[in-house]
Design a protein around this ligand. Structure first.
Ligand SMILES: [Zn+2]
Length: 392
């Protein structure tokens, strides 16, 4: 019998929710109805979730694009280092070539100088040759002396020619060496040109990737802007909806036949140690899902194991277990007024017990569906829940 009655109480609470949501609602504000607000809010939430999903996917894309660009930039840096190395080699080769050119120039001047010298000698010998020869012959002390003189001249000329030849030979050797170095330098230049091309190619790819990154970033910015706007709207719509629902609830109550206040506000506060109400009675909008939920009582956060007190004199109807309320108690105070105490860790009374106002009936806990130790306290009048805060 008693269990049946409690079940009826819960059913009443559940029905009041669905009846409420189906109610014909006047304009919430100047313009929007609760239904419109709900629809708008739901649509907005859906769009927002889609935007967030898209944002996450864009961010993944962005991360991969940044990774790829970093790879390309690393390749560019490596190529730059290689090009620098080649530049060093080319510089060395050029220095070698310059050195060889200097040597060649010196040899050229030596050759020219010696050629001039030789020319001078030849001039002496041939231009004024007859005179010289004649003079030599006349001055010669005999034929033997003459031959000696001619041989000396011949030796000098021959020595000059040999000297010039040795310069020419040296110059040739250096020119060969120079050609080798020039060939090596040309090879390095070619290699460098290849690397420069490759670098330009990768730089182009990196720039393209950069463009993609910029596009993704601006897209993400747009999505974030949309998200922020959605959130702003959501906050306003929730407030508007909350206010409209409260207004509707108040209208419903004022037209209801249920007594506005029972107990003359002399209920005893159900927690012996805490007055901290963490959740009020009425409609709440879930902060993430935006789903409306009716809270059929108040939550008083209290330390685990502290005392739960009977709000008023009465008879214990239920002291038992419910999946939602955990270990809970209901007390009938007469006149159609019932109070409920949920989530207890320990029950200290039994069904049928007479209790006095302020009597310890249970210990605070977090049983049933609960996120922490608290008392879920309900006031039920003629089968409908009421705002408990009006009864103290
Ligand atoms: Zn609660």
């Amino acid at each position: 019998m008693r269990l049946k009655k409690v079940a009826a109480v819960f059913l009443a609470a559940a029905v009041s929710l669905s009846a409420f949501s189906n109610a014909v609602v006047p304009k919430a504000d100047a313009s929007k109805s609760i239904e419109d607000l709900r629809k708008e809010l739901a649509e907005n939430t859906k769009k927002k979730q889609e935007a967030i999903k898209e944002k996450v996917s864009k961010q993944t894309e962005l991360n991969s694009a940044v990774d790829k660009k970093n790879d390309l930039d690393i390749q560019i840096a490596a190529l730059e280092a290689d090009i620098d190395d080649i530049d060093d080699v080319v510089r060395d080769k050029q220095a070698e070539i310059d050195e060889k050119n200097k040597q060649i120039k010196e040899l050229d001047s030596q050759i020219d100088k010696n050629k001039d010298l030789l020319k001078e000698r030849m001039k002496v010998m041939y231009e004024n040759g007859n005179v010289t020869y004649l003079e030599m012959i006349f001055e010669a002390k005999g034929l033997s002396d003459l031959f000696t003189r001619i041989a000396v001249i011949r030796d000098i000329v021959s020595h000059d020619r040999e000297l010039i030849q040795s310069y020419v030979d040296a110059k040739e050797t250096i020119e060969d060496a120079k050609a080798t170095v020039e060939k090596e330098k040309a090879e390095q230049d070619e290699a460098k040109a290849m690397l420069v091309d490759k670098k330009a190619d990768i730089e182009k790819k990196s720039a393209e990737r950069d463009k993609i990154i910029q596009t993704l970033k601006s897209q993400i910015d747009e999505l974030e802007k949309f998200e922020a706007e959605s959130e702003k709207y959501e906050k306003q719509a929730k407030e508007e909806l909350q206010r409209a629902l409260a207004e509707q609830e108040a209208k419903k109550k004022s037209s209801s036949s249920a007594p506005a206040k029972v107990g003359n506000g002399d209920f005893c506060w159900p927690s012996a140690t805490s007055t901290r109400v963490t959740s009020k009675y009425g409609y709440r909008i879930h902060p993430i899902s935006n789903v409306e939920k009716f809270h059929s009582g108040i939550d008083i956060a209290a330390e685990q194991g502290t005392n739960v007190l009977a709000a008023q004199d009465g008879t214990v109807v239920t002291a038992g277990w419910n999946n939602g309320y955990g270990y809970y108690i209901t007390i009938n105070h007469g006149g159609g007024v019932v109070t409920l105490y949920g989530h207890n860790s320990k029950l200290l009374v039994s069904a049928g017990d007479e209790v006095k106002k302020g009597q310890v009936i249970a210990k605070v806990g977090s049983t049933g569906i609960s996120t922490g130790p608290h008392i879920h306290f309900e006031v039920i009048v003629n089968g409908s829940t009421q705002d408990p805060e009006k009864y103290f």
